[in-house]
Ligand binder design. Structure first.
Ligand code: C5P
Length: 231
């Protein structure tokens, strides 16, 4: 089993592009994330292909539905052999508990993590949907609820890591996108951190997409990031 803290986001429109990328990458040195676009186009067969190629797969489908549906979806995802999957904490206590039970019904036991408040949302967006607290407070509340429901951790901004580590404790898994190695383009990510900064603050895993996937030689960038993390 690989022990890398790096999860590469395979944000490709179709299996062929994702395949030509992953064939250049050593599964012992990273994990991979499959999100809604690639999954919708390439489906469970491609997820199985990645698992068979030796990758730890984070299936980033952010389930959010009635408890029974989410339980069955989580069970189905676990049975694909993925390493990690996620649900929206806004689905509430019964849904989170059902997600946990769905995984416990499966013979595999992937990590189950929660999305709290999407980082695209601001306080005004919360007001629009009737939530009258700050984003930071709501993130804490949902993360704590996920912990009570025995989820393994949360996806969060690197800027939320310190506060969430204090609330959730050492064992929780904190997965952070919004990571940019030194010298790379920020693209549409607004509040970024370097891999080392995020790990030093207490992140468990780093989701990194374009800085690696759009590089001429992805393994060189991966090696640079590994070097940065041990320095
Ligand atoms: O290319 P980049 O490194 O920005 O990719 C980050 C990945 O993490 C993308 O798959 C994106 O959808 C995901 N993500 C994010 N911010 C969040 C949650 C997920 O960038 N708050």
């Amino acid at each position: 089993m690989p022990d890398s803290k790096i999860i590469i986001a395979l944000d490709y429109p179709a299996a062929e592009e994702a395949r030509s990328f992953y064939k250049q990458v050593d599964p012992a040195r990273c994990r991979v994330k499959v999100g809604k676009e690639l999954f919708t186009r390439a489906g469970p067969d491609f997820v199985r292909e990645l698992v068979d190629a030796g990758f730890d797969v984070f299936l980033d489908l952010k389930f959010h539905d009635i408890p029974n549906t989410v339980a069955q979806a989580c069970r189905a995802a676990a049975e694909l052999g993925v390493w990690m999957l996620n649900v929206h904490a806004l689905g509430g206590r019964a849904m989170l508990e059902a997600a946990r039970e769905g995984i416990d019904m499966s013979t595999h036991s992937p990590l189950l993590i929660a999305v709290t408040i999407l980082t695209s949302m601001r306080e005004a967006d919360l007001k629009d949907i009737g939530i009258n607290t700050s984003v930071a407070e709501q993130v804490q509340r949902l993360a704590y609820l996920a912990k009570l429901c025995k989820l393994d951790g949360v996806v969060c901004s690197p800027h939320e890591v310190v506060a969430l580590r204090a609330t959730l404790g050492d064992k929780s898994c904190l997965v952070t996108p919004g990571i940019r190695p030194k010298g790379s383009e920020t693209g549409d990510q607004k509040r970024v951190m370097t891999p080392k900064q995020a790990i030093d603050l207490g992140a468990s895993y780093l989701v990194i997409g374009r800085p690696i996937t759009q590089a001429n030689d992805p393994m060189v960038i991966l090696a640079d990031i590994e070097q940065e993390l041990v320095s």
